[in-house]
Write a protein that binds this ligand. Structure first.
Ligand code: NAD
Ligand code: ZN
Ligand code: ZN
Length: 389
């Protein structure tokens, strides 16, 4: 089959690789109809994350038709149309029982390696390095889904791929980030980053009834898209973030702050071993707390900081005194995708939101390598790329 494969820093190729096969009775094989490139894939593209090998199939946002099921995958049948959540989860462990799917205790088959590097291992993820299980991703014609009897979202034929694809990652990620803010009708919610995740944070904060939503970025097309979704745009290249936020909140600061930026694309070196990567992260992370610092300084006392943005390694220069004395609450994590599915699918079905608004580029999978660069460099008004195998 054809797939987008990682070959090193800034080197993604459209390769021919072996077709996946059922390896476990709970597996399914999906014939991918649509997939997308996520901001998290850029961390691999820029070689921020350790544990990638040459030829690894990328991609964790995908959907399609069930082609084959293992003998224990009773609730799926050939022909079912599914979106696949980016977090693989067993549905049975203590964390899954509590709905904490992104920290499933069983789906990361390389958990002990991840435990060593991160201090704990989260769930298995598709197309995201040996540290998250080394599972082949979905920027491909076909993909094996482990624990497929739980790791799926059935979607109705009445909705298009473009309307439901993002239920697997960026829509619930923006939603969870906003829900974690406990939004009140009097709240100002500020979102750093108007990338695809930031866009869904904006729409979610509006749907959840915030008084005022502000979005910060320096990419005009992204700010305009967020403004169309109901946010006040703030271009950090042209105006003072602190000054404008003070002005918009009568000098008090916003109650709720969301970091939808995370690791930005500034990696300069590429090292081979997992441990060297973490050391490198320690070295370069000193400059990477910019958004976190800004949020801590600007947030109103007793406010909430919600951090869907992905970080790795150690991050330095966090003003702990301000965080503590202001009594701020910090909430973060990979998204527990399936926790939000029923609610979000209903909202799409009722027309409260059409997630396809975020798509700026729809191309063949073969164009994936150039699209990684377009998306990373925010060229050509790119906000979100979907690919058709
Ligand atoms: P993206 O890279 O397209 O968007 C990031 C945006 O942040 C860009 O538009 C960039 O211009 C902007 N930015 C950079 N520096 C900034 C600053 N100082 N202030 C304000 N804006 C700034 O990525 P995305 O797809 O939107 O993803 C955003 C983050 O969310 C990434 O870190 C990604 O890994 C993470 N993510 C997390 C989860 C999760 O489960 N928690 C899921 C998906 C994505
Ligand atoms: Zn993602
Ligand atoms: Zn589990």
């Amino acid at each position: 089959m054809k797939a987008l494969c990682w070959h090193g820093k800034n080197d993604v190729r459209y390769d021919t690789v072996p077709d996946p096969a059922i390896e476990h009775p709970r597996d399914a094989i999906i014939n991918v109809s649509s997939c997308a490139i996520c901001g998290s894939d850029l961390h691999l593209y820029d070689h921020y994350m350790p544990g990638m090998s040459c030829g690894d199939v990328l991609g964790h946002e995908f959907m399609g038709e069930v082609m084959e099921v293992g003998s224990e995958t009773k609730n799926l049948k050939v022909g079912d149309r599914v979106v696949v959540p980016f977090t693989i989860f067993c549905g049975e462990c203590e964390q899954c029982q509590r709905g904490n799917y992104s920290v499933c205790e069983r789906s990361n088959r390389n958990k002990s390696l991840a435990d060593k590097v991160f201090g704990h291992g989260g769930a298995g993820l598709f197309g995201y390095s040996q540290l998250t299980g080394g599972y082949a991703g979905g920027q491909a014609e076909f993909v094996r889904v482990p624990f497929a009897d739980t790791t799926h979202i059935k979607v109705p034929d009445t909705l298009t791929d473009e309307q439901v694809l993002f239920l697997g990652d960026i829509f619930p990620t923006g939603w969870q980030a906003a829900v974690q803010c406990d939004i009140q009708p009097t709240d100002t919610v500020v979102i750093w980053g108007a990338g695809p995740v930031g866009q869904f944070c904006v729409r979610s904060a509006v749907l959840l009834g915030a008084k005022q939503v502000v979005v910060i970025d320096n990419v005009p097309e992204r700010l305009s898209m967020a403004a169309a979704g109901g946010a006040i745009p703030l271009n950090f290249a042209h105006e003072s973030v602190l000054g404008r936020l003070q002005e918009l909140t009568h000098g008090k600061g916003p109650e709720k702050c969301i970091d939808a930026v995370g690791l930005e694309a500034h990696a300069t070196r590429s090292l081979d071993s997992v441990y060297d990567r973490v050391k490198q992260a320690m070295w370069l992370e000193t400059d990477r707390a910019h958004v976190l610092r800004e949020m801590i300084y600007v947030c109103r006392p007793a406010g909430i900081l919600s951090i869907p943005g992905v970080y790795g390694g150690l991050v330095d220069k966090i003003p702990m005194g301000a965080l503590m004395n202001k009594g701020l609450t910090v909430r973060t994590g990979q998204t527990h995708v399936n926790r939000w599915t029923d609610d979000l699918l209903r909202r799409i079905d009722e027309g409260q939101i059409d997630p396809s608004f975020v798509i700026t580029h729809a191309v063949d999978l073969a164009q994936g390598p150039e699209m990684y660069q377009t998306f990373r460099d925010k060229q050509d008004g790119c906000v979100k790329v979907i690919l058709k195998p």
